[in-house]
Write a protein that binds this ligand. Structure first.
Ligand code: MN
Length: 236
């Protein structure tokens, strides 16, 4: 059986002149039966990339979505931004959603999925909402809190409804869900941990890193399998 082509957005280290991607993303796509396609940031190339792809993973990284994209001025607690990377990912993600291409957003990728639908983010969970406990110490891949998966969601069809142990390496989170954005899981403190777009065949975002935590909790592999299966369906 042929492998659906799954695009993965890259991080950029401008100082060292390098693109970077944690190998766990690639391994998770391969294990799920997909063919990973790494996507250097190319302005105006979203349509050309999309023509190559059957599915898309918008990855995370140690940076924040520029608050101007959700109509807020930047506050001091907002972290470093990578406007060129985000501009590329936004173009690609919007084009993928318009084409009904299966999409999985991870961490910052989930936050961007909410923002492109007109949603907003907490610029900093501690400063904006008085919430802590979402930036775990090392090891970063171990489950550190629960996500409660809502019954009847696409996420529940993949990992089961109810409590799921997740890792947590974020200081921002979804505040107001965007148009057509369904909250599919929350942490016990109420923080949004997963969203999905029920108007599309497969558009899911998780605040945790399934490709990292799956070595502790194998249920997380179902997220990548779900993406690859949806990509296979989309190709038909
Ligand atoms: Mn969390």
């Amino acid at each position: 059986m042929s492998r659906p082509r799954i695009g993965l957005t890259l991080d950029a280290d401008a100082e060292r002149g390098r693109y970077e991607l944690r190998a766990g993303y690639v391994d998770a796509v391969l294990s799920a039966g997909g063919l990973p396609i790494l996507l250097p940031h190319a302005p105006q190339a979203a349509a050309a990339y999309l023509a190559l792809l059957d599915g898309l993973v918008v990855t995370g990284g140690a940076f924040d979505v520029p608050p101007e994209l959700y109509g807020e001025a930047r506050r001091k607690e907002c972290g470093v931004t990578k406007p060129e990377r985000t501009a590329f990912e936004k173009d690609l993600l919007e084009a993928a959603l318009a084409a009904r291409l299966p999409v999985l957003g991870i961490c910052g990728g989930m936050q961007l999925l909410n923002v492109v639908r007109g949603g907003t983010l907490y610029q900093d969970l501690a400063a904006d909402a008085g919430l802590s406990g979402h930036e775990q110490p090392a090891p970063k891949d171990a489950p550190s809190h629960e996500a409660r998966v809502a019954p009847g969601t696409q996420l529940a069809s993949l990992v089961g409804a109810g409590p799921l142990g997740v890792n947590s390496t974020h200081h921002q989170a979804v505040k107001d869900p965007g148009a057509g954005v369904l909250v599919a899981a929350r942490a016990p403190d109420g923080v949004v941990e997963a969203i999905e777009l029920p108007d599309l065949p497969f558009a899911l975002g998780v605040q945790w890193h399934p490709e990292a935590v799956l070595r502790h909790e194998p249920r997380h592999a179902a997220l990548y399998r779900g993406l690859v299966e949806a990509a296979r369906d989309a190709r038909r």
